[in-house]
Ligand binder design. Structure first.
Ligand SMILES: NC(=O)c1ccc[n+]([C@@H]2O[C@H](COP(=O)([O-])OP(=O)(O)OC[C@H]3O[C@@H](n4cnc5c(N)ncnc54)[C@H](O)[C@@H]3O)[C@@H](O)[C@H]2O)c1
Ligand SMILES: [Zn+2]
Length: 577
């Protein structure tokens, strides 16, 4: 106590782009009383139990956690904490501690003692805990100025193995973010905006071998959204471990695994086994397959099932499946009892790189897709690449369309890489699969972190979606897959970008040939311009007369322009031409 955890912790968190959790405050929140009151009324054992829960609740998230001084001296706690993260000790001499603590009115372990008594007690505590503190991964001089301490810690973290995943604890410099900061409401751009900042993966993955059964995450990407931050964990054949991780992450007594039949049959049992190992009871709810079931009626049924299974405010939802399950179950979680936590376990390429990240949830209305919904960030996204082996190739390709989209709007290098590896990716070659998914997740995470609520930057992700949604609407959500419609929409948008003078000639062709190699369609179904115009007109992204239309400014760069539907589809334009 007095080492400076609550001063240094938040600053370190800010420096690392993570959120900060103080387990003492977390305990107080859970108990609804102060630490001193818990000690006085319920005793230290009760406090330690609550403390343990708070520590477990932080597992698997990109956080900086301040542990109470006695936390790691509890039975088994040292090893557990060393496994959960990098353990840092702030070393401060006894005299400085005494100065900082002062009369210690709020420190239960020193309550009622005079100066000499406090000195004796603190010395004894330090002595008895020393052997635990000595096992910290990193020890720094905590008597320096807080900002100096922060830099000391940071310097020590760079390149250090993260005990939880084998990746570097601090992979790289946190990139500077223009336009008012990470996670802000984004730039109020109008007209052309460009999203290029040279984002590289924040999560340089270092595969740890891909052992079966006991495998952990092979890569991880942080989604930095202040207190809604979470991480995307990627691994291979690790569903049971995911279950365990999700169990301790959510700290819920009950969860409902929502899925569709073909996915639930194959993957829910492993997930449920892992959850059971973490002491969580998991009920299964199977919803009908297909985008057409992402509707209000299914939503209503889902609430009923939640109630049948006794889900309350302490329960949580696990969405296991593609984007349809993620959107539907996510929206149910967002709205049930005014919102309960949820976790995404995406099992399609599209859901892995796009739908599961960013907290957009919702359902379709007869008049349009995704017209009702909410922003509700998941507590974590857990990807098992092995689940893709059962995904039909056509579905894989549809997901690859969103991966190509990410590269096209944001990352020319990834686009080049896809031009070399797209077939291997579709064939699920492990290293290629992991790299492509991780890069695409990192792009989506970056865009979302900088513009959570679609103020500007996030609109770039709608590249190809203006026409794509119009096509889907005409197909009445059947016939064409979302990614296929987007593939067509992207080529269209790239052609328009060239015609409008935003991108060099040849960009659309390069895009089209990459998509075609994945077996994706690239030209719109033959329908009259009038029909497309009408469909674009009710697109929810329409604002006033103009629609935010995403144009390419070459491969790897995009921006938005405000265009009227008639400008997007100029007179004389004809589908199927
Ligand atoms: N929330 C967002 O930000 C966001 C972003 C993009 C798309 N979406 C939404 O996502 C949906 C499309 O998602 P999708 O393409 O994943 O479709 P989907 O969820 O319908 O899944 C596609 C098909 O694959 C099956 N499937 C899923 N995983 C499987 C596996 N591992 N093995 C075998 N079969 C499997 C499903 O049962 C389904 O039939 C759309 O509703 C779209 O609006 C949402
Ligand atoms: Zn999409």
């Amino acid at each position: 106590m007095g080492a400076g955890k609550s001063t240094v912790g938040p600053r370190l968190a800010a420096r690392l782009g993570r959120s900060f959790v103080d387990t003492d405050l977390e305990v107080e929140r859970r108990a609804g009383q102060s630490v001193a009151e818990i000690f006085a009324r319920e005793g230290e054992a009760r406090f330690r139990a609550l403390e343990r829960e708070s520590i477990e609740a932080s597992a698997g998230q990109p956080l900086v956690v301040a542990l109470g001084g006695g936390a790691i001296a509890q039975p088994g706690a040292l090893e557990r904490c060393r496994a959960l993260g990098v353990l840092v000790q702030l070393d401060v001499p006894l005299e400085r501690l005494l100065e900082r603590i002062g009369d210690a009115a709020s420190r239960p372990l020193l309550a009622g003692l005079d100066a000499a008594g406090r000195r004796g007690r603190l010395a004894a505590l330090l002595e008895s805990r020393r052997r635990f503190y000595e096992r910290a991964h990193v020890r720094v001089d905590g008597s320096a100025e807080p900002d100096v301490v922060v830099e000391q810690i940071r310097a020590r973290l760079v390149g250090l193995e993260d005990p939880t995943g084998g990746k570097s604890a601090v992979a790289e410099e946190i990139p500077e973010v223009p336009d008012g900061g990470r996670g802000g409401q984004g730039s109020k751009r109008s007209g052309m905006g460009t999203g290029r900042t040279g984002v590289r993966s924040k999560s340089k993955s270092k595969p740890v071998g891909g052992r079966k059964g006991d495998a952990g995450a092979l890569a991880s990407v942080a989604v930095s959204l202040a207190d809604r931050s979470y991480s995307i964990e990627l691994g291979h054949d690790w569903l049971e471990t995911i279950g365990q991780r999700v169990g301790s992450l959510l700290g819920a007594e009950k969860v409902a695994i929502v899925s569709v039949a073909p996915v639930a049959r194959r993957y829910a049992p492993q997930l449920a086994r892992g959850l059971a190992k973490a002491g969580v009871r998991a009920g299964r709810i199977v919803v009908p397959d297909g985008d057409a079931s992402k509707n209000l009626r299914e939503l209503g049924r889902l609430y009923e099932r939640f109630l049948d299974q006794g889900l309350d405010r302490h329960a949580a939802v696990v969405a296991l499946g593609g984007g349809v399950v993620g959107d539907l179950a996510g929206f149910a979680a967002a709205s049930f009892l005014r919102g309960i936590p949820f976790v995404q376990v995406p099992t399609t390429v599209l859901a892995m790189v796009d739908a599961s990240i960013g907290g957009k949830t919702g359902v379709n209305l007869p008049r349009g897709k995704n017209l009702v919904g909410a922003f509700h960030q998941p507590r974590g996204v857990f990807i098992d690449t092995a689940t893709l082996s059962s995904l039909p190739r056509r579905e894989r390709a549809a997901g690859v369309a969103e991966l190509v989209k990410a590269a096209a709007i944001w990352d020319a290098e990834l686009f080049d890489w896809l031009e070399q590896h797209i077939e291997a990716f579709l064939d699920l070659e492990p290293e290629i699969l992991l790299h492509g998914l991780e890069r695409a997740c990192a792009i989506k995470a970056e865009v979302v972190a900088r513009d959570e609520r679609e103020g500007g930057l996030r609109r770039l992700l709608n590249f190809g979606h203006t026409l794509g949604h119009a096509i889907e609407k005409h197909a009445r959500y059947r016939g064409l897959l979302h990614g296929e419609a987007v593939s067509i929409g992207m080529v269209f948008a790239a052609e328009r970008s060239e015609a409008l003078g935003f991108s060099p000639a040849g960009t659309a062709l390069r895009l089209a040939s990459l998509l075609e190699r994945a077996g994706l369609p690239t030209s719109p179904p033959d329908r009259p311009r009038k029909a497309y115009l009408a469909a674009i007109g009710v697109d929810k992204k329409r604002q006033g007369a103009g629609i935010h239309f995403v144009v390419l400014k070459g491969v790897g760069r995009a921006g938005t322009v405000s265009l009227r539907p008639e400008e997007i589809l100029p007179a004389g334009w004809r589908a199927g031409r």
